[in-house]
Design a protein around this ligand. Structure first.
Ligand SMILES: [Ca+2]
Ligand SMILES: [Ca+2]
Length: 263
């Protein structure tokens, strides 16, 4: 593939990935944007390690997530893939603490490798993430939904989940299971393509992204093939013209030498 086509392909792939949070329609917190700081969030969103496809090496990143002081935080780990253990120990890891500091009680063990989906909730209004990576090797990282909630009774601007969590009413029927038991999505009548297909939005986004990437690669491959064909055709034409020219020059030389001998 020519270098300019490769650059176009990489740029498009990066653009698509950069736009994913917008497609999600959720506030996305990339931990590496907030290393060693505390950030205030509300309602709900998504936590990922970094904006790039693979998380960076040499990280020692601590981020505290805070919601309103009367609220708690539900964390739903739906995707998790850090580098696998080496000699029985994590080389890259994420640990979550139930409070504003690393000295708070851990709500998860030190996580690495592949981890199945699970959820935890805080006892207060803060959770602290500690993401550490070694000097080499990476993976696709993780996706964690966070939801600010209080226990029932709920206020008028809140939705009461079947599990008695009260979440912001704006989270009802937005296609994301922010209650944790899916009750905020169980009585929706959107009639849209998501319900029709029965696929989660992330799966649909994934299919669209893969399709676009395939089209881009196909375009680049076809363009390269056309360029190759054009080059061959041009070369054949040049060779033909050179042969014609050589033949013509032979007559001219004979004529030339002939006329010289006559002199
Ligand atoms: Ca690593
Ligand atoms: Ca929802």
């Amino acid at each position: 593939m020519p270098s300019n086509d490769k650059a176009v392909t990489l740029s498009l792939a990066f653009l698509i990935f950069a736009l994913l949070p917008e497609i999600y329609g959720l506030h996305v917190v990339y931990l590496t944007d907030y290393c060693n700081t505390s950030i205030a969030v509300t309602t709900a969103g998504l936590i990922e390690p970094d904006a790039s496809l693979y998380y960076p090496s040499n990280l020692d990143c601590t981020v505290t997530l805070s919601v309103h002081s009367s609220s708690k935080i539900l964390l739903q780990f739906y995707r998790f893939f850090l580098e696998e253990k080496v000699n029985g120990a994590c080389v890259d890891s994420l640990t979550v603490y139930d409070g504003a500091e690393e000295s708070s009680p851990a709500v998860t063990e030190s996580l690495c490798g592949r981890v199945d989906a699970f959820e935890v909730e805080s006892t207060g209004s803060n959770v602290t993430f500690v993401l550490q990576t070694d000097s080499e090797g990476s993976n696709s990282g993780f996706g964690i939904f966070y939801t600010e909630f209080v226990n029932s009774p709920c206020s008028v601007d809140q939705f009461e989940c079947n599990n008695s969590r009260c979440i912001d009413s704006s989270l009802v029927c937005d296609t994301y299971n922010m209650c944790g038991d899916d009750s905020d999505e169980s009585n929706c009548d959107t009639g849209g393509p998501i319900e029709d297909t029965g696929l989660p939005l992330i799966a649909i986004v994934g299919v669209v992204v893969v399709a676009v990437c395939l089209l881009v690669f196909l375009y680049a491959a076809v363009k390269a093939a056309i360029n190759k064909h054009k080059s061959k055709k041009l070369m054949d034409q040049l060779l033909k013209e050179m042969q014609t020219s050589v033949t013509a020059n032979q007559f001219t030389d004979e004529d030339f030498w002939g006329s010289e001998k006559n002199d």
